[in-house]
Design a protein around this ligand. Structure first.
Ligand code: 5AD
Length: 338
């Protein structure tokens, strides 16, 4: 597929057909199993000022937390007991999570459980080799948009860093042998259909093992919610229908990737639709309830009010209704990282 073809499908008036194609490719390439990944949001501290994010460093009044190593280990044990094959350790870009602390946590989870470990801790270039050595298997770092102007606008670089630092971190992750995941938000103010088509081709060309996609959810407390949009015929909307088309096309372009039906999509009521349009992963939130409300990267995040067991039951009920079995084992990527 070339850029013009992706663009035409993105804007297609037959979304049901696109979704059915993606569902067939998903069934053929990665099967019916839906892999469950336990999400642990281990710290809400962040040194970055991304303009879309409710946890950005300029939100001075926000109460912040950092989980203890023991709490993270307990969370991993819960994931294992629930039958999940992996945990995702996610946080803001928090230097308070030292390289050594993370390495120890990874090592101890590996000693106690057979879980695959995915890290999602931001642009921690200097620490990636140590964490890989400690046993981390996968890393998630969404690019959010590959459009250089837009990328720079929504990700103010750290002093002394280039605006394209995140692309270089992704290259390094591949070199270190991580299974690499990235992805974008759909409907960022200023995101055109052309730029989104470029993102989709980039997923394919990167050989990503995992691709995460969700609608941009405006947070009134962030600068991006006040940003100008493009004229209506150019601006990508941040709705569920558009996100589902992007998901379906991603499945066509990256047939063997692991693709979650994300929390942001579930926030718009679309978790099951995501699983019908190409997705094969769900990431139930296992963050202890006392912290969960403080990890509001955007408002009204789906599941914020559910206990861990309730969340697990809800997801399993949704899978049963779809006739899709929960995955067994680690749910390793089929692809070696490119
Ligand atoms: N709307 C939707 N998704 C968001 N994220 C952060 N802020 C928002 C928002 N306002 C997503 C980003 C990030 C992931 C952890 O959450 O894509 O990579």
């Amino acid at each position: 597929m070339n850029h013009a073809q992706v663009l035409a499908l993105l804007r297609s008036e037959h979304p049901a057909e696109l979704c059915a194609r993606a569902d067939a490719v998903r069934a053929r390439e990665v099967g019916d199993e839906v892999h469950l990944r336990g999400l642990l949001e281990v710290s809400s501290h962040c040194r970055r000022a991304c303009t879309y994010c409710g946890l950005a460093s300029h939100r001075r009044g926000l109460p912040r937390y950092r989980m203890s190593a023991e709490e993270v280990l307990q969370g991993a044990e819960v994931a294992h007991e629930l039958g999940y094959g992996s945990v995702v350790i996610q946080a803001g870009e928090d230097p308070g999570l030292s390289s050594e602390w993370v390495a120890q946590v990874v090592q101890r989870i590996k000693e106690r459980t057979p879980l695959a470990i995915t890290l999602s801790l931001g642009e921690r270039m200097e620490d990636l080799a140590r964490w890989r050595e400690a046993g981390a298997d996968r890393y998630l770092l969404r690019i959010e948009t590959t459009d250089p102007q837009l990328h720079k606008r929504i990700h103010p670089p750290r002093p002394g860093h280039d605006p394209d630092h995140r692309f270089r971190v992704l290259e390094r992750l591949h070199e270190l042998g991580y299974a690499v995941g990235s992805g974008v938000m759909v409907g960022i103010p200023g995101q055109s259909w052309e730029s989104l088509a470029g993102d989709l081709l980039w997923f394919r060309d990167q050989g990503l093992a995992m691709v995460g996609l969700g609608p941009w959810v405006p947070d009134p407390a962030t600068p991006l919610s006040q940003a100008p949009t493009l004229p209506d015929d150019q601006q990508v909307p941040h709705d569920a229908a558009t996100t589902l088309r992007v998901l379906a096309l991603t499945r066509l372009l990256c047939p063997q990737a692991h693709i979650p039906s994300t929390t942001a999509l579930a926030t718009l009521g679309g978790r099951q639709d995501g699983l019908r349009c190409g997705a094969n992963v769900v990431m139930p939130n296992l963050t202890p309830p006392q912290y969960r409300f403080l990890y509001q990267i955007y408002p009204h995040k789906a599941g914020s009010d559910l206990g861990i067991l309730e969340m697990d039951r809800l997801v399993r009920d949704q899978l049963r209704a779809l006739g899709r079995p929960p995955g067994r084992g680690r749910g390793d990527p089929m692809l070696p990282s490119a």
